[in-house]
Write a protein that binds this ligand. Structure first.
Ligand SMILES: [Zn+2]
Length: 320
């Protein structure tokens, strides 16, 4: 009996040990599973990816195949165009998509803590109508031979009574026709006094204003050749009969001017030289000078609260 009891005691002790071991193993398992999962989720690459294009200095956090590095950079929003591995003071490069022999010198497996330079392509800008957004200012000129390819003559009802033929780029001419028709629908007879002006015409326009006003004042009123938005073929100066078809700031206070200020945007036209932006644009207030930039940008411009000059400068900084 003694033997049996002793045996039973050791069996009980053994069961206890086994149960404890099992519990510990289970506990270890429970602890181990999230730890391993966390290790798997840790990013392969350390460093910031230039998702808007450019170079980034990255390092690997564990051993990885070059295909894993490619996948990690692409998952991070980088369209990889080059990976350079810094190794013993030299770089070995990898070009995604190139034939294998191009990348033959690049190791297929990378060690942990490898230093990489990754180049990401700049994504194409999601900006419509870039052809309508050239920046023309006192410091940004158009080439003397710049001219729109698709100039069309404006219809007689769009220009001053008895006025000379005026032309605009086709897209702007169509939007203008819609805008003037909508104005007529409100009982407003708005006419175009000046539209496309070639570089040569701007030479004589500028010389005329210099002769009349002197060089200092002429610069406020007229652009030097190459610096006029009228050379774009998307710009009009509009006039009304009650102001003698002249170009007057008073246009803004007339029913026609107020209608234009509220509605030009619907047709893609904006005032290039608004009131209060003289410092930015370098031009006096010109409520009659309307530039076609397309409906999308006309809306974005209003939301931005910027003058057109500032808007276009910011936009090209973004795009280029
Ligand atoms: Zn003008």
């Amino acid at each position: 009996m003694e033997t049996y009891r002793a045996g039973a005691r050791s069996l009980a002790a053994l069961s206890l040990v086994l149960a404890l071991a099992l519990a510990l193993a289970l506990l270890a398992h429970v602890v181990a599973v999230p730890a391993r999962a966390a290790a798997e989720e840790a990013p392969l690459l350390r460093g910031d990816l230039p998702v808007r294009g450019g170079l980034a200095l990255l390092s690997t956090t564990r051993n990885a195949a070059v295909t894993d590095v490619l996948a990690a950079t692409r998952a991070g929003g980088c369209d990889v165009t080059l990976i350079a591995l810094a190794t013993r003071g030299a770089f070995r490069t990898y070009v995604p998509g190139a034939p294998p022999f191009v990348n033959a010198g690049f190791p297929s497996g990378l060690d942990a803590s490898s230093t990489l330079v990754v180049r990401c392509a700049k994504p194409p800008p999601d900006v419509p109508d870039l052809h309508l957004l050239m920046l023309v200012t006192k410091t940004n000129a158009l080439a003397a031979d710049f001219a729109p390819a698709d100039l069309v003559a404006l219809p007689a009802e769009a220009v001053l009574p008895g006025g000379a033929t005026l032309t605009l780029a086709e897209e702007a001419a169509e939007a203008l026709a819609e805008m003037l028709e909508a104005a007529r629908g409100q009982g407003f007879d708005v006419r175009v006094r000046s539209a496309y002006r070639s570089y040569a015409e701007q030479v004589s326009t500028y010389q005329y204003w210099v002769a009349v006003l002197g060089e200092a004042v002429a610069g406020q009123r007229s652009a030097r050749p190459g610096h006029s938005e009228h050379q774009l073929g998307t710009v009009v100066d509009v006039a009304i009969a009650s102001l003698g078809w002249g170009l007057e700031p008073a246009l803004a206070e007339t029913p026609e001017g107020r209608w234009l200020a509220r509605n030009a945007e619907r047709f893609g036209f904006v005032a290039s030289y608004p009131q209060g932006a003289e410092e930015v644009t370098g031009y006096a207030y010109e409520p009659w000078h309307l530039r076609y930039i397309g409906r999308t940008h006309a809306g974005w411009l209003r939301v931005s609260g910027l003058a057109l000059t500032e808007y276009l400068t910011a936009l090209w900084d973004e795009v280029e």
